[in-house]
Design a protein around this ligand. Structure first.
Ligand code: MN
Length: 501
């Protein structure tokens, strides 16, 4: 459902007429070559489209307007091969609404020590041309990502690729539709927020539905579709005989599959990219959707439980960023702790809804009582999460702004079986360490719900925060409570001033 190859970023090269036509032809040839290499780079999942060298304010203004109005164009990469007076860029940059990466590179990798002359110096001028450009972007207070190094370098292509993926997520969320079935879990605060501000700043809209609207669609699911999905379940997951076709408890699986088909159909018909529901609004449904939400997440839908539309939309953005990468991305909740002073760990899970893209092996489809919600026993996929680095990300509404909080964590293998815990789960140790990671998260006001990913790291979320204009707090190696608390205080002052009215 997510295909980044349809998106493109435009490669914009700045210069001026001072150098004469021969130099400009050389600049154009160099830019064409660089754009071609970036277009072919595996790390950059979108098309990189070369655009003719820009030498006048009108050309720059026009290309920026064209970028704004071209849906496939998710952002622009800028580079000043030669000196491009930045007064030429004011109108264009002021009009530009798409994300920007400033590639600070030069065509020649090495200084030709024996041959270097003033012609070489005048052609390879990004060292000061990009400074002139950077000044103007800073003067205009425009956010951008600055990537430094030779264009052939893997690290440079990787960092541009991160930005391009985030730009795709940004484009994906503009005009995106999110379905909300029922309301919030009663009286919970952190999952609430300003939906008008979310639409204004982040571009997606939350559409509320009564559960009956969904139940009506679930009731229309055909038996043939149901049979096909049951077959897919039986092929894909470990299942006990009593849950398989003909088994004594098979009806529970069939009910769950019917819910999946109903939600899927509702989302497809309404062109939704994400949704949220809550166990407190299930009137007319037999079970809380478990395997349904798990499998829909695996197909790229954003999801947040208990009415948590912010996490649902954040997860969708993370799904777009991570599309095609190794490692999974899931809705997550910090659930319970292991507080052994020698081996402290967080057990992350949810009642049901964890995405099987983070499963370490073949998930087990199981049916167990839920304990809350007062419905029939729901079907869910049960699995562990493989060890390795991951992030948890949380978007909270601070009243006058959204704050994005990211914590780097290390997922560890479970040393013990948990035979009586029939949910998908992950065990991790937060950075910089258990106590400061958790204290920092709580000082920052981070939610219990997160977007969890083993596919993308904090650089993606930092780029996202820059593009979206979100406050960004990163809790990682080197974070101290002293510095974090100051950062929070200073950010309060910054947003009080910068947001104005
Ligand atoms: Mn929850």
């Amino acid at each position: 459902m997510i295909d980044l190859s349809t998106y493109e970023v435009w490669f914009l090269t700045g210069s001026q007429h001072l150098y004469g036509p021969e130099t400009l032809e050389q600049v154009a040839a160099h830019s064409t070559e660089i754009a071609g290499v970036l277009n072919d780079a595996d790390a950059i999942p979108v098309k990189v489209v070369y655009k003719p060298v820009l030498t006048t304010p009108d050309e720059i203004h026009n290309i920026c307007l064209e970028a704004n109005s071209t849906p496939e164009c998710v952002g622009v990469i800028t580079w000043m091969h030669t000196f491009s007076p930045a007064k030429n860029w004011i109108a264009g940059l002021s009009a530009l609404q798409k994300p920007m990466a400033h590639l600070h590179t030069q065509y020649n990798r090495d200084i030709p020590w024996a041959d270097i002359d003033m012609d070489f110096m005048n052609l390879n001028q990004a060292a000061h041309g990009d400074r002139e450009f950077g000044f103007m972007v800073s003067r205009l207070r425009k956010s951008r990502k600055v990537v430094v190094g030779h264009w052939s370098e893997a690290d440079v292509q990787q960092r541009l690729g991160v930005w391009a993926r985030v730009a795709c997520a940004w484009a994906d969320s503009q005009g995106a539709r999110l379905a909300r079935f029922g309301d919030n879990m009663r009286s919970v605060s952190v999952t609430e927020g300003d939906k008008v501000e979310a639409l204004t700043r982040l571009g997606y809209q939350v559409y509320g539905y009564g559960v009956g609207d969904l139940v009506a669609v679930i009731d229309q699911v055909s038996n043939s579709d149901l049979d096909a999905l049951i077959e897919e379940y039986e092929d894909s997951y470990t299942m006990s005989d009593d849950l398989r076709k003909g088994g004594a408890r098979h009806q529970s699986v069939r009910d769950a599959a019917k819910i999946e088909l109903g939600i899927r159909s509702f989302l497809e018909d309404g062109n939704f990219k994400a949704y949220t529901n809550t166990f407190e609004n299930l009137h007319g449904m037999k079970q809380l959707p478990g395997i349904a939400s798990q499998r829909l997440m695996a197909d790229g839908y954003g999801f947040g439980a208990e009415g948590d539309w912010k996490t649902s939309a954040l997860l969708r953005a993370m799904k777009v960023m991570s599309s095609g990468l190794d490692g999974g991305t899931s809705f997550m909740e910090d659930y319970t702790y292991h507080l052994d002073p020698d081996n402290q760990q967080v057990l992350g899970a949810h009642m049901l809804e964890i995405c099987p893209t983070i499963a370490s092996g073949k998930p087990s489809l199981e049916v167990h009582p839920l304990g809350i919600g007062g419905k029939e026993d729901p079907a869910r996929l049960v699995f562990n999460t493989p060890a390795g680095p991951a992030i948890n990300a949380s978007l909270v509404d601070m009243g006058n702004r959204f704050r994005l909080i990211v914590n780097d964590v290390d997922v560890v293998d479970a040393e013990n079986e948990m035979p009586n815990l029939p949910v998908a789960r992950a065990l991790w140790l937060p950075k910089p360490n258990f106590k400061d990671g958790l204290a920092g998260w709580i000082y920052a006001g981070g939610a219990h719900h997160t977007g969890f990913s083993q596919a993308i790291d904090a650089e993606y979320m930092a780029d996202y925060a820059d593009i979206a204009g979100l406050e960004y707090l990163h809790i990682t190696d080197g974070t101290t409570m002293h510095n974090l608390k100051n950062e929070i205080r200073w950010n309060d002052m910054f947003y009080a001033l910068s947001n104005g009215f």
